[in-house]
Structure formats: structure tokens, C-alpha cells
Design a protein around this ligand. Structure first.
Ligand code: ADE
Length: 242
């Protein structure tokens, strides 16, 4: 998979090298390319030079903040998007990022993350590329507002790349983790069996695989019911009002 990130803060992505993702890059499973958006801001929309390399302007209709310019983004994306590439625009107004979406994106040949700042990117950018047949996804990490798309893009990159076949050493740990089956993961324990007066549940020391599996399934359900009832169907005690 090829991952391109376009941002006015490329420094944010230096940690790509040191995270788990560094291993995938070394194994050539992922190639990441981080681009400075201002590289495409050397000339204005009318073709005259822009020594300030401006990437934003005031919103039509008034209001607070600045909007990122479509002409600059258009030049950048024309250069960076490849055939089959998916354009991901992190935005608090996007669809919710989920494990299912991460799994879906892990088979794309290219992901291009367009990181907006300020009040976001001119809405015509998403519209234009969708009209060109590009798969365009505006995606939110959660119901809170970050200062820009960089942190959200980083989280999505990590969630997606660890699902690429061959990336994780232990494929089972992906199958059993939270959200892979729509439920939260069961609690885990290691030695010592007794610590500060707290004992590991007896069943986990029993060596009885069937009972362990049953206990873990119950824990998944009770944890999910307690912490994330929105993930459960109403007949399993879920729903938003549970
Ligand atoms: N940009 C700002 N806030 C965001 C969020 N919650 N998710 C994705 N991108 C964002």
C-alpha cells in the first residue's frame, strides 16, 4: 500500500518512522510519502507568483476562521492521487471512523490523507474528486474537535496499516481484539496471579479452554453492555438509551 499525506505540518509525521508502522515500511508493505501543501502554493489561482504561499482565505458568507483554498488543494491532489487511490479527508463533520472502515481501507492500493486546518478545506474539493470517480471519504475520529486533520490521519494510518496481511506478527491478536467482532475485548491478566490483594479470576488458572472461552465471551458482553451499549443490538441489552 502507498500512503500519501498532504499537510502544512509535515513534521507531525516524523514519528511514522519510530512507530510500529516503521516495521511495515521496512518490510516494504507500506510506502509513506508526506508532502508540504505549500509546495503547491507558489502561484495564485490567476497564475501570478505568491511569495507568501497562502493556503487559506476568508469564508464566503462570513463567519469565523479561514477556509483552505481549492486551487492549492486541486494542484496537490492532481499530482499525488493515483489510479484506485482513496481520498481521505479527516473532518469532525465526516462519517465515523470504525474498525470496519479500517479493514475496508487496508486493501486499497493508495490512501491519500488531505489534512485540513482552520475551518477545513473548501467543500468543492471533495465534490470535484468524487465527480472524477475517486472514492472520497470525509472521516471523523470521534465526536470532538481537533485543531486539524493531522492527529486524526495518524490514528487512521495506524489502525489501517496494522490490518495489512503480513503486518502483525500474531494474526490471532487482531481477530481477538476490541471491535473486531463488534464487541469490546475481554480483560487480560499476566503473572503474578495475586498482586496488591487482587487475584486473577480462577477460571483463567484452571487450564480448561472451554471454560476460559466462555468466561471471555461473557466478559466481552458485560463490558460492552456497561461501557458501550450503543454497539449492541437492543435484544442484547444495547441501544443508545440502555
Ligand atoms: N479534524 C478536526 N477534528 C477532527 C475529528 N474529530 N476527526 C477527524 N478530523 C478532525
Amino acid at each position: 500500500m502507498r500512503i500519501d499525506v498532504i499537510t502544512i505540518f509535515p513534521e507531525f509525521f516524523q514519528v511514522l518512522d519510530v512507530s510500529l508502522l516503521g516495521k511495515a515500511r521496512q518490510a516494504a508493505l507500506v510506502q509513506t510519502h508526506v508532502h508540504q501543501l505549500r509546495e503547491w502554493a507558489a502561484t495564485k489561482a490567476d497564475g501570478t507568483p505568491d511569495p507568501h504561499r497562502t493556503v487559506d482565505d476568508a469564508p464566503f458568507g462570513g463567519g469565523a476562521g479561514m477556509v483552505m483554498k481549492p486551487d492549492v488543494w486541486g494542484k496537490a491532489l492532481d499530482d499525488v492521487l493515483q489510479d484506485g487511490g482513496v481520498l481521505v479527508i479527516p473532518s469532525p463533520a465526516g462519517v465515523r471512523f470504525t474498525q470496519a472502515l479500517a479493514a475496508e481501507l487496508s486493501s486499497a492500493p493508495q490512501l491519500v490523507f488531505a489534512c485540513g486546518r482552520y475551518e477545513g478545506i473548501d467543500a468543492r474539493v471533495a465534490e470535484h474528486y468524487a465527480q472524477q470517480g475517486v472514492r472520497v471519504l470525509e472521516v471523523s475520529l470521534g465526536d470532538y474537535v481537533l485543531n486539524g486533520g493531522e492527529v486524526a490521519a495518524f490514528a487512521m494510518i495506524e489502525a489501517v496499516t496494522r490490518l495489512i496481511p503480513g503486518f502483525m506478527g500474531n494474526a490471532e491478536s487482531i481477530v481477538e481484539e476490541s471491535h473486531s467482532d463488534g464487541l469490546l475485548e475481554y480483560p487480560s491478566y499476566t503473572r503474578p496471579a495475586s498482586w496488591r490483594g487482587l487475584d486473577v479470576p480462577d477460571v483463567l488458572l484452571s487450564g480448561h479452554h472451554g471454560k476460559v472461552a466462555q468466561w471471555r465471551a461473557e466478559q466481552q458482553l458485560s463490558r460492552t453492555r456497561e461501557r458501550r451499549p450503543d454497539l449492541l443490538p437492543p435484544d442484547a441489552g444495547g441501544g443508545l438509551d440502555a
